[in-house]
Design a protein around this ligand. Structure first.
Ligand SMILES: [Zn+2]
Length: 325
């Protein structure tokens, strides 16, 4: 009799252990150990968002190793991790990888942290876009879950697209190839990325034609984002927002605290000491409009801005020695 009892107890204990193991794997308790470790140094180097859509990393020099430069067009997308998050996307972009037709719908993809929150001061209303890591215009990737993250309208339009366009223009004009690497940077187990680390290097001329290394902030002015789950609310921060938009600096008055009145009015900065300058985002110099030095520069590196000399210097730009702005 006693022996039989023992056997039954052991069977029950084994059954419980098997069940616990199954639950642990199913709920991700075990598999999460193998998640991609994201580089916290990038966030540290970029620092907090201060009103500019991107920050330079490694002095704007991309960090491709010799064995990471591909000579023929191809693309690599990491598998999703156990949370369903995207890893690094790399492509060697050329004319032959660029699509001809219009993009089809990608609305069936729901990247981690996806929500359909709307704010009336955001263009098109929606806080979030499905952001391609490697843009559709570069490789023609459509609804691929390993290439789409939850990104703010601001990051997409003011952060990513100008860089993506620079690559597209360079490739179209020269017929050369560009190594393009985009890494979403998640903090801990958060479902919404803090931003995108984007690097590009033109292949045939070793980066002479095009090279950059930037971090685009996944933020939306006027909105507070919970990066753990993608939920959002109107920001209570009442500081003046000075924003870089479409190549111009715009100053927004402080946010109205009441949600129903939360329309941001766009006001161009126009104190007496402000005037038009041309910034070269590659050299870090600023010029007066029409300066000869800007004529030889790559047009996609030039941004016109309306602000004060002091503001540009405070943001780390140097005045050109030729036009002496
Ligand atoms: Zn100049």
């Amino acid at each position: 009799m006693k022996k039989k009892h023992w056997k039954r107890h052991i069977l029950i204990i084994i059954a419980i252990l098997v069940l616990m193991g199954y639950v642990a794997v199913k709920t991700g308790l075990i598999s999460r150990v193998t998640d991609i470790e994201y580089d916290p140094e990038i966030l540290e180097e970029a620092g907090e968002w201060k009103g500019f859509p991107f920050a330079y990393i490694n002095d704007n020099v991309p960090e491709f190793g010799d064995d990471e430069i591909w000579t023929s067009p191809q693309e690599s997308l990491e598998p999703l991790d156990s949370y369903g998050r995207c890893g690094t996307a790399v492509a060697c972009v050329g004319r032959e990888t660029m699509p001809e037709g219009e993009r089809s719908s990608i609305s069936e993809i729901h990247p981690t942290g996806w929500k359909t929150d709307k704010y009336d001061f955001i263009q098109n209303g929606y806080l979030y876009n499905r952001c391609h890591l490697i843009g559709y215009q570069l490789t023609g990737d459509e609804a691929i879950d390993r290439n789409l993250i939850t990104g703010t309208s601001y990051m997409n339009r003011d952060g990513m697209i100008p860089f993506e366009n620079a690559v597209a223009i360079y490739v179209k004009e020269t017929g050369n190839h560009v190594m393009y690497r985009v890494t979403p940077v998640f903090r801990g187990s958060e479902l919404v990325a803090r931003g995108l680390h984007i690097e590009a290097l033109s292949v045939e001329d070793g980066g002479k034609g095009l090279a950059f290394n930037v971090f685009c902030y996944n933020v939306q002015p006027g909105v507070e984002i919970n990066y753990a789950n993608g939920k959002s609310k109107l920001s209570e921060d009442d500081t003046l927002l000075v924003l870089w938009q479409e190549g111009y600096l715009s100053v927004y008055p402080k946010l109205n605290q009441k949600a129903e009145n939360a329309s941001l009015k766009r006001v161009e900065a126009s104190p007496e000491d402000s005037q038009a300058y041309v910034i070269n985002i590659s050299s870090g110099k600023f010029h007066l409009e029409g300066c000869d030095s800007t004529k030889g520069a790559n047009p996609w590196n030039l941004k016109k801005t309306f602000t004060s000399r002091e503001d540009l210097i405070a943001r780390g730009y140097e005045p050109c020695g030729k036009c002496r702005p």
